[in-house]
Design a protein around this ligand. Structure first.
Ligand SMILES: Nc1ncnc2c1ncn2[C@@H]1O[C@H](COP(=O)(O)OP(=O)(O)O)[C@@H](O)[C@H]1O
Ligand SMILES: [Mg+2]
Length: 393
């Protein structure tokens, strides 16, 4: 399969998601904000939720495609929900919006042809722009040659011409689960494209490759955040060592005059993770998936993380961000709106359901009247109190 070429197109974002039979979600139908926090008890499906977007990425990335995206997840039997009717097809439908206001919808339904088969075939694939259908499958060609149903149109450069923006959006999705140790080692992993390593190994290289003016304005924005949380912090810079390798260097106010500035090898795990996150948030790139960013962050930073994320979105290009979190402190920010918070709760007939907090009248009212997400919604995700609050409206 050929690589989908990059082209200048307006950045888009996701506005809604529908799922059927996806892992532990039997059914999902929700709007999506520009900044989304996903909370829920352990093993409730937070990672499975992010996995939907990783799947869309894998559909459209080089060397990807439907068969690959399914096999990376160990086949249909692992993907389809154990809570759905036996052998029901998996459906993913996403709504999207361009900054110009144009709306898009992409729908994909796929299944195995029989219970014993490992083949994955498309049952439905449709694309709409502003309500006009641009693609409907199965098409006549598909009926004449059913093997065509092994490949989505979105993954084929020859077939996605009319909706390349959608393919681009999917391909631009990035998952991040930063490992400070690997950022320190700074080796880029050979299989990844720049900015594609979920563990953050290519951070320094990415910062170096960024155009000078843009790089310094992004580093300045990070500097402002760090100044507000790290005592005596003064300056963040990119430096190159004698072997030409990039490094991050920080300087402190009132520092002993003969002391060397600190480089990334001396940063705490939390500082490195925070810098990497703040950099990524400002990138002119697609939706960012952050898995439990609280890990190793200082508690003083956690309480301001939601605000930092919003600030970086404003200073950067407004990259959409999906954040799973366990941390009450991250949610102790009154700036989080009920539509930005997705609650995962056990579903009545097994598995989980996910709903925006705005759909729970009690939670929504509490948040609108000034309670934080932590105060208003998190008690709900404790299994024992969950149903006291009733069903979503
Ligand atoms: N195909 C499936 N059908 C039903 N449940 C599934 C399926 N695949 C995974 N799960 C369940 O999903 C849960 C894990 O979800 P996960 O997203 O890792 O949780 P979290 O990130 O919230 O801790 C496990 O309980 C697992 O049994
Ligand atoms: Mg998880």
């Amino acid at each position: 399969m050929r690589r989908i070429p990059r082209q200048a197109s307006e950045p888009m974002r996701f506005t809604s998601l529908k799922l059927k039979s996806w892992k532990n979600f039997k059914e999902v139908d929700i709007p999506l904000a520009e900044r989304v926090f996903i909370i829920g008890p352990n093993a409730s499906g937070k990672s499975n939720f992010l996995e939907v977007f990783r799947f869309l990425h894998d559909l459209t990335t080089e060397g990807g495609g439907l068969a690959k995206a399914v096999s990376l997840r160990e086949g249909m039997s692992k993907l389809r929900s154990l809570h759905a009717t036996v052998n029901s097809a998996v459906e993913i439908t996403v709504g999207m919006k361009e900054p110009s206001g144009a709306t898009w919808k992409y729908q994909l339904v796929f299944d195995t042809p029989s219970t014993t088969s490992t083949d994955v075939l498309i049952k439905v694939e449709t694309v709409e722009r502003d309500g006009n259908t641009l693609l409907t499958r199965p098409s006549r060609d598909d009926e004449a040659d059913p093997d065509r149903l092994r490949q989505t149109a979105i993954e084929q450069v020859a077939a996605n011409k009319d909706f390349r923006q959608v393919a681009e959006l999917f391909r631009s999705i990035r998952f991040m689960n930063l490992v400070p140790q690997l950022i320190r080692e700074g080796q880029s992993s050979p299989q990844q494209f720049p900015g594609q390593d979920p563990l953050g190994r290519d951070l320094l290289e990415q910062i170096r490759q960024c155009k000078r003016g843009l790089r310094s304005s992004r580093l300045k924005a990070i500097e402002r955040v760090l100044r507000s949380v790290v005592p005596n912090f003064e300056e963040l810079r990119l430096e190159t060592d004698s072997r030409g390798r990039p490094h991050l260097a920080v300087g402190f106010k009132h520092w002993r005059t003969n002391a060397v500035r600190q480089r990334e090898s001396q940063f705490s795990d939390g500082t490195l993770r925070l810098i990497a996150m703040l950099w990524a948030l400002q990138e002119d790139a697609g939706p960012l998936l952050l898995e439990e960013p609280e890990w190793s962050l200082h508690t003083g930073i956690l309480e301001r993380l939601a605000a930092f994320i919003a600030r970086m979105q404003r200073e950067g290009s407004g990259r959409q961000v999906f954040i799973t979190t366990h941390s009450e402190r991250v949610l102790a920010d009154a700036g989080i709106a009920p539509e930005e918070l997705l609650l995962i709760l056990p579903a009545r007939r097994g598995g989980s359901e996910i709903q925006p907090a705005a759909r729970y009248p009690v939670v929504e009212k509490a948040m609108r009247s000034g309670l934080t997400a932590a105060e208003a919604a998190q008690p709900l995700t404790r299994v024992e109190t969950m149903r006291l609050f009733g069903e979503p409206a």
